[in-house]
Design a protein around this ligand. Structure first.
Ligand code: NAP
Length: 286
């Protein structure tokens, strides 16, 4: 018998964090329509970024307004997270003046996110990625301190960091006045599903969000032992991966555009996998 995981949202510092998050990257002019479709299909958590190069945050805001009006729900029923992105990760459509100091850039980006998303608080705000590949710079700490200020004033419920390596996360966890509560990382099977970061998250009581779970790991579908799990459970390859990730304790991001896939993805919360199958998948290197 498989042991059923808790399908309820995580409760993190009194904020409800759903285990499945709808990601809105790369949807451009379809952002509003697809976000609304995801909400209508049952997603209650949305991930975006104030980075016009890859996200259209205003489109997410349009979908939210539309959803509140048509569904009778309100802001408090949803979990919204967005990110601050350095100018190096942006195109010329910056959500802040690049000439002001870092702290003010974060403030401008944050306030513009609130305006785009038509809200006065965020469930989570993430630093999209450190400014350098090794270690953390003074600039990273300036960003973090600006985010901490919004956390203290109650405008951000949870602080997070994305695209972070082990040493950076360890350092931030030891040196920040307010520790990171969320990590959002690319999750490859060949790194043991980001095993060392997940272990660190576990030690520091940080919740781990995984993306690229499908895009990075589809060669797994060819493995006979993986196919045996699909046959036994009747699940598709993507569903097996998402169920395994959820059972490993991750919060899962999906950016599907397809209605059937949205429903299949949310059904993953009711897992059919045994602990042995999850361990097998966790140890598969592709
Ligand atoms: N922090 C960062 O730097 C960062 C970077 C990348 C992504 N993200 C976040 O993570 C989100 C997800 O991005 P991702 O990289 O994981 O990729 P993704 O945009 O979710 O794309 C994955 C692919 O999976 C397919 N898919 C989803 N569910 C499926 C199912 N049940 N069956 C078959 N195919 C399925 C989708 O195709 P269909 O559309 O046909 O279903 C899509 O082609 C983004 O939108 C963004 O919010 C963050």
């Amino acid at each position: 018998m498989s042991e059923q995981p808790d399908t309820n949202p995580f409760n993190l510092h009194d904020t409800r964090v759903p285990r499945f998050i709808y990601g809105t990257a790369w949807k451009e002019q379809a952002t509003s329509e697809l976000t609304l479709k995801a909400l209508n299909n049952g997603f209650t958590a949305i991930d975006t970024a104030n980075q016009r190069k890859h996200y259209y945050e205003e489109g997410v805001g349009e979908a939210l307004q539309n959803f509140y009006q048509t569904s009778g729900t309100s802001r408090e029923d949803l979990y919204l997270q967005t990110k601050f992105t350095y100018a190096e990760g942006q195109d010329n459509r910056l959500p802040y003046n690049p000439k002001v100091d870092t702290k003010e850039q974060v403030e401008q980006s944050f306030l513009s996110s609130l305006e785009h998303l038509k809200t006065d608080y965020l469930d989570a705000h993430l630093l999209h990625g450190p400014s350098q590949s090794h270690g953390l710079s003074d600039r990273d700490f300036e960003v973090w301190e600006a985010m901490e200020n919004f956390y203290r004033s109650g405008h951000i419920k949870l602080l997070g960091i994305s695209n972070v390596n082990h040493d950076q996360l360890e350092y931030l966890s030891h040196h920040a006045a307010i520790k990171p509560m969320l990590v959002q990382n690319r999750c490859f099977a060949r790194t043991g599903w980001d095993a060392n970061i997940r272990e660190l998250c576990h030690r520091h009581d940080i919740h781990y969000q995984g993306f690229s779970l499908l895009t990075a790991n589809t060669p797994m579908f060819e493995k006979p032992e993986f196919q045996a799990i699909m046959t036994r459970t009747g699940l598709t390859g993507p569903q097996v991966i998402f169920q395994a990730a959820l059972k490993m304790g991750m919060i899962v991001l999906t950016g599907t555009s397809d209605t059937e896939h949205m429903q299949q993805d949310l059904h993953c919360l009711q897992t059919l996998l045994t602990n042995e199958e999850v361990t097998l998948i966790e140890q598969m290197m592709v």
